[in-house]
Ligand binder design. Structure first.
Ligand code: PLP
Ligand code: COI
Length: 351
């Protein structure tokens, strides 16, 4: 390992307090975090230490100007106790794309990977093995440098924390197609995993929850005529046998699960179209009985079939099919992630 990491182990592990058979998503945290600081133009002081509150000056720019980005990944353990990550280099690349857009320092891939692998080694007992559970990994970076001048901070903190987690959604997923609010705009930061993108979603999502839906499907900010993505997932729509997803652009997060689905679909000879998809096309297909599936895809959500969508006051139910594309992709992807199948793509990385 190239990186010299100081290790400060926890005195008393908290693991015996955790019910691994009943894990929520992202609420229980493992013993340690990996942390390093960007000071005087260089990343320094990499350390693995107990997951405890951190001290920040009230003038830290994260609090005022929102320089904050993150990633979402998962670690899996197979029956032999071997630990795996899924396409982690993609997360590192995307973190650095986000960093660039938010005027934050990029993190070298070897620092990211060395810190992550060492952390997983130390907290490997925290990786659940029950079906549908995994260790959710949250790398994030924020402006710890101080000052109220509205300009980029001069120092930053990078942390990786991990949380043994169960499913992101419980029960049926119902969505409302958004007609007024937008999560992102042309030229903005929608393609970045910036914390503020999520804050901007909370109010419209709450309005949808009050109407009885779990999630919003975002449409383009200009016309609200075209389906883009959901709060934490890219969206796929199956009309007849054809699977359709929106092309990524500067409003949409370029999902790693989405990319993986497109590759598998190609190899399975599933007809796929990456193109703009209008709400009216989806509504018409639903009315004519041709709308077979809608599902969301993301690291946290894995592949989540959508049971119903609402648009302009009307609810449209999706049929309950037996052999779905969603279940095929879910099986193929989770089998690769958990070392249950061959990995023809080289996506699985042994820790
Ligand atoms: N879209 C948004 C807004 C997300 O937050 C996520 C989750 O990371 C995704 C899509 C799916 O991306 P990935 O498959 O890389 O997790
Ligand atoms: C992920 O899927 O990992 C994400 O980052 C989504 C998050 C908002 C839960």
């Amino acid at each position: 390992m190239a990186t010299d990491i100081i290790i400060k182990p926890i005195k008393d592990s908290k693991i015996s307090n955790v019910d691994f058979s009943n894990l929520p998503f992202g609420k229980v945290f493992s013993d340690h975090i990996f942390q390093c600081e960007y000071i005087d133009g260089a990343w320094q002081n990499p350390i693995i230490k107990p997951n405890e509150p951190i001290l920040l000056n009230p003038a830290a720019k994260i609090f005022h100007y929102g320089q904050s980005i993150f990633e979402g990944m998962k670690a899996y353990k197979d029956g032999n106790g071997e630990v795996f990550l899924f396409r982690p280099e993609e997360n590192c690349k995307r973190l650095n794309l986000s960093a660039k857009r938010l005027m934050m320092p990029e993190i070298p891939a070897d620092l990211f990977m060395d810190g992550l692998k060492k952390l997983l080694e130390i907290d490997s007992d925290w990786i659940p093995t029950t079906e549908g559970s995994s260790l959710y990994v949250r790398p994030f970076m924020f402006a710890s440098g101080e000052g109220l001048h509205a300009s980029p901070a001069d120092s930053y903190t990078f942390i990786i924390s991990t949380a043994p987690s169960g499913a992101y959604f419980s029960g049926k997923v119902t969505v409302l197609i958004e007609e007024k609010y937008a999560r992102a705009a042309n030229g903005g930061v929608g393609f970045a995993k910036a914390g503020g993108n999520y804050a901007a979603q909370f109010y419209p999502t709450q309005l949808a929850i009050e109407k009885g839906y779990n999630q919003v499907i975002w449409t383009d900010d200009n016309s609200h005529q075209f389906i883009e993505e959901a709060g934490a997932m890219n969206i796929f729509i199956r009309i007849g046998e054809v699977l359709i997803t929106s092309p990524t652009n500067d409003r949409i997060l370029d999902g790693i699960t989405r990319k993986s689905i497109l590759q598998i679909a190609k190899d399975q000879n599933i007809p796929i179209e990456v193109r703009k998809i209008s709400v009216s096309e989806v509504v018409q297909a639903a009315r004519e009985g041709n709308l077979k599936e809608m599902f969301g895809a993301g690291t946290a959500a894995v592949i989540s079939p959508i049971a119903e969508f609402g648009y302009q006051g009307v609810d449209y139910e999706l049929p309950e099919l037996k052999d779905t594309y969603a279940s095929l992709f879910k099986e193929k992807i989770t089998d690769i992630q958990t070392n249950k199948s061959e990995d023809p793509y080289g996506w699985r990385v042994v820790v």
